[in-house]
Design a protein around this ligand. Structure first.
Ligand code: BG6
Length: 536
């Protein structure tokens, strides 16, 4: 997150001074970095899965954006490993074309308009393709020869591959000696692992044990891309940089919290992956729990990575294990937004995989005891909306004769993460006129009104932080396991077999049973499709 320099980061800053790593300025030098930001130390980024979607859609735009900002070192190299022979020039051209397409596509998160050719050339010059299977010794021997050409060099291994390759790649890297660092007093070796990190508690433990038998925890960067989103990082700023919110951020004043990640898209050609994963595993114990962690954590003593991660870990540890009674699963059926899930490519016609999941979660600690956190996520819903709504308790006394307390609109602070970026606050004022009447209004802030927003895919900060050695925004082994632990009883219901999956129309607000989950507590979801409060 790069707030104040940490020790690891200063070590790397020192590493960047080493003459062996420096090259002299060339016509492909990146632009100067913005004030207050320093370029990352030189390193070789090895991407396993160079031909995959993640590399094309997210890693390349992020590297390009970092180059535009001058945050990468001139000596950086990017080696893309993938099965299938191809020329480096072909790979570069392929990535360039995709980048241009995303830049021109208004619906893409990387909607940059036109590309800065100088920045792209800078990245392209550093790309090198290497053909190799992810499970054969030969690939790692070749890779070792390549990396040995820069002794003591810093290397990041990015596993942008299907989860089944995580173990074999780590094992091969370890056995080839490629994860050994510091022997000659220089050079870091880091591993970036994408989600899904396991599919339940047992598999996450097993994967952690495997990875940690070849690398130290400080070398492992488990990615959750939600943490790279500016608006998610801003949750901590809203909470801890404003005297207004923190005093009321507790059970005495907060009635409930809703965390929503609703999507309008379907499974988009990922039927095979989705059939095995489902909405719950795909989003809940990772992305939604990370948002929950940011909302519920205690203030850390500093923004030191471990201080922040310790406080988040305490939240995951305090989550009361979910029971099947706290969870609702749904699957989209044919509706206004299109075909049903079972008609999607690579999906079984009798599939019982959930495309929607809602859960009621309790964080059992001093601050949050008794406050429900309602989480929901789903595909093909009525609107795209990722947000956190914090609802305050009602006022204690009926002061306005014609307006009972329970008829007042509750105060709700909404942190909007996607696609809108900002916050809003619902509160009550006197309506104009001679009679004392109360009416609901909304005060809102949009990032775009105050700051120049750039097309940012969320991986910029994560890649940059990994190069700096700042692990604040990455998940630690213990938090991964406590998160899976909290949901394990739902994934493997001990009694009563699998959870029922309820139908909902594609393009709707989700299954009726999810409404019932809140109704039984006397509450309701905030509608997904809603207009901003109307100004007259
Ligand atoms: C991914 C899930 O991790 O997150 C996808 O696998 C989901 O199914 C995506 O669509 C949502 O991320 P974002 O950034 O588009 O909200």
């Amino acid at each position: 997150m790069s707030t104040t320099p940490n020790t690891a980061a200063s070590d790397h800053a020192a590493a960047s001074q080493r003459p062996s790593c420096k090259v002299s300025a060339s016509p492909h030098d990146a632009p100067a970095s913005p004030a207050g930001k320093r370029p990352a130390p030189p390193c070789t980024l090895v991407i396993f899965g160079a031909g995959g979607d993640l590399t094309r859609r997210l890693l390349t735009p992020a590297l390009y954006n970092l180059a535009v900002d001058g945050l990468l070192d001139n000596a950086m190299k990017i080696v893309g490993v993938n099965h299938g022979e191809r020329e480096t020039s072909e790979w570069r051209e392929d990535l360039h074309k995709s980048l241009q397409q995303f830049a021109a596509d208004k619906a893409s998160t990387f909607h940059a308009g036109t590309l800065d050719d100088k920045a792209w050339d800078w990245v392209a010059q550093r790309l090198e393709y290497m053909a190799g299977e992810f499970e054969t010794d030969d690939t790692f021997t070749k890779l070792k020869q390549k990396l040995d050409a820069t002794p003591g060099g810093n290397v990041i291994f990015y596993l942008a591959v299907s989860a089944r390759f995580f173990k074999p790649i780590v094992e091969h890297l370890g056995k080839a000696g490629l994860l050994k660092e510091g022997g000659d007093g220089s050079g870091f070796r880091r591993l970036v692992i994408e989600k899904p990190f396991g599919t339940d508690l047992a598999s996450a433990r097993d994967l952690n044990a495997h990875v940690l038998s070849y690398a130290k925890e400080s070398q492992v960067y488990r990615i959750d891309h939600f943490l790279g989103k500016e608006t998610v990082q801003s949750i901590l700023a809203v909470r801890f940089a404003n005297a207004l919110f923190e005093p009321m951020w507790r059970r005495e004043y907060i009635d409930s919290v809703q965390i929503t990640a609703a999507e309008t898209i379907g499974v988009e050609g990922r039927g095979k992956f989705y059939e095995q994963t489902g909405a719950f595993r795909d989003m809940l114990p990772n992305h939604l729990f990370q948002l929950l962690g940011m909302v519920a954590m205690e203030p850390p003593n500093s923004f030191d990575p471990e201080a922040v991660r310790d406080k988040k870990a305490e939240v995951f540890d305090a989550i009361q294990p979910l029971t099947p009674n706290d969870v609702v699963f749904g699957q989209y059926e044919k509706g206004p937004a299109g075909v049903g899930y079972r008609e999607e490519p690579d999906v079984s016609p009798g599939s019982t995989t959930e495309t929607y999941a809602a859960a009621r979660v309790f964080v059992e600690n001093w601050r949050w005891a008794g406050v429900p956190f309602y989480l929901r996520t789903g595909k093909r819903l009525a609107a795209r909306r990722t947000e956190i709504s914090v609802q305050l308790k009602p006022v204690p006394f009926r002061l306005f004769r014609d307006t009972p307390v329970d008829a007042l609109t509750p105060n709700v602070l909404t942190l909007r993460i996607d696609p809108a970026h900002g916050t809003s606050f619902d509160f009550n004022v006197k309506t104009p006129g001679p009679v004392m009447q109360v009416g609901a209004v909304q005060s809102s802030f949009d990032y775009g009104d105050f700051f120049a927003e750039r097309a940012n895919v969320g991986y910029e900060t994560l890649l940059y932080d990994c190069m700096l050695g700042d692990e604040t925004l990455f998940q630690r082994a213990d938090s991964i396991e406590t998160s899976w632990c909290a949901v394990d009883d739902v994934l493997h219901p001990r009694a009563g077999g699998a959870l029922p999956v309820h139908g909902y129309a594609a393009g709707s607000e989700g299954p009726a049973q999810a409404d019932a989950l809140l109704a039984r507590d006397g509450r309701a979801w905030r509608p997904l499709k809603r207009e901003a409060v109307q100004k007259k």
